[in-house]
Design a protein around this ligand. Sequence first.
Ligand code: NOJ
Ligand code: MG
Length: 591
Amino acid sequence: MGRVTQTTPDVRSTTIHPADPADAPWWRDAVIYQIYPRSWADSDGDGIGDLPGITARLPYLRDLGVDAVWLSPFYVSPMNDAGYDVADYRDIDPIFGSLADADALIAGAHDLGLKVLVDLVPNHSSSEHEWFRAAVASPPGSPERGRYIFREGRGVDGSQPPNNWPSVFGGAGWTRVTEADGSPGEWYLHLFDSTQPDYEWNNPEIGDEFVSILEFWCDRGVDGFRVDVANALVKEEGLPDFEGPLQAFDATDHNPEAALPPPPEERVDDEESGPRAPMWDQDGVHEIYRRWRTVLEAQPSPERILCAEAWVKPGSRLARYVRPDEMHQAFNFEFLDTHWRAGSLRAVIERSYRDNDAVGAPTTWVLSNHDVVRHASRLGLDQSLPRPNGISADRAQPDADLGLRRARAATMVMLALPGSAYVYQGEELGLPESTEMPHEFRQDPTFHRTEGKEIGRDGCRVPMPWVKDAPSHGFGPSDRTWLPQPDSYGAYAVDQQVGVEGSTLELYRSLLAARREGRLGLGSASWHELSGDEVVALVNSAADGSRRTLALANLGQAPVALPEGARVTHRSGELTPEGLVPTDVAVWAVL
Ligand code: NOJ
Ligand code: MG
């Protein structure tokens, strides 16, 4: 088998990605802002963000200069996994508002020229979904049970789970029900919390239901869908046992005791590192997305998109989700997971273009979301250790200044890269993770299911600071916030940054404006000869040769000189008095 070991890319100004045509559809270079509805803006003072709160603040996003928003789930839910446990896909949870509020939000966004993506959660429902309630109330073998993955247990009296699959959140991936006669009954599969039963996607009823849900939201005017755990819907036949790391957003290799995986430029990339896990990335999922693509293309406007949330490696497997007749985008989590090392970043960037260009898809860059430690903190952690799944007061704390300095530089690299990019709420403020939240506030099921061994994701989900000297830092009209805001958050508030030269918010605004004006998302990419073991230097060129932008980040120890004649337009930090680029600073320059 032809295993290929990736080496550090050849840096002699090689083109690593060709330009897109100027009339490329919107999603190929869109910058999409992720709103986590619970934590963005609260209109009614209950301490939980809501849809009217979002609608009222949409002008902020227009002024930031993004093209679209993606809203994490706002559907009816018991909120055991912050809404990723959906009880009714066609209605809004009362804590967020009503369908009329959703309509107003979509219309308001469109009026401002912003597109709207919603979150689709097709792998599992909530255990409070009427289908799951009916399944539990119905006997084994019934059509109601056939919508989920119910099996008899193993061992004497079926008292052992049907297989050894764990839950991503910790503990077993199976829970046993009690049958109507009071006897211990079958088990159902849940790759996540026990209140998130997995659907049986071999049952055609599930496929038809999700087409109808897609159509429901298209009819309400949404421009696309972010698809939750898109790699999980189909399981290997027979549900065989599996010994291996359960890779998801909190892959087991975040364990602080685990050995650091080799940096990407040393990893064997073109093949999977072991047998594929039977719950992830089965070939059968692609048929589902081909059907959905047809559904979207049959809509009045053909520009609606699907974006895969799929923690799939290697990149060539991930690229299968964005083949021309499947989804439009797939988050590039390997980029997010790359340590602050020039060689690693260059290797990931180059491989991402190779894999996505092979199927004609844009690459979808991302540095933060609601499942990972914010990059302003992540990059301030020891870069020789794996990414942790949350940070608590008793664990190693990030260096906040270093993290922010690197985060600003990393963002400058990301926004210079052709393709699409996602920005997670608050990163435009340089917002750090909440790393000392008292455990009593933690809500992530990961924390509870692992008895605190895994800290989990609450630290990146804390409500946004808008106004320093206001209750809840302007998040809402009261001082209530569903997770506590750290004392440090006031200094990052929007009102402290807007119009302030050099603030992270103004940096994002000017980068997004320049990116839009120069159509950087559609440019070609090549390595500049300054690239090396300590420097990422990328040239983004317009197809017609009218513009060449150098994005250079210095990840080494010594300051770096820019090429002769380069005119700096943006910088993430001060240059030296001689005009050199210091450590952990990035610039954009016109060549
Ligand atoms: C991925 C989502 O981003 C995460 O927040 C959620 O817990 C899992 N999928 C399960 O739906
Ligand atoms: Mg509210």
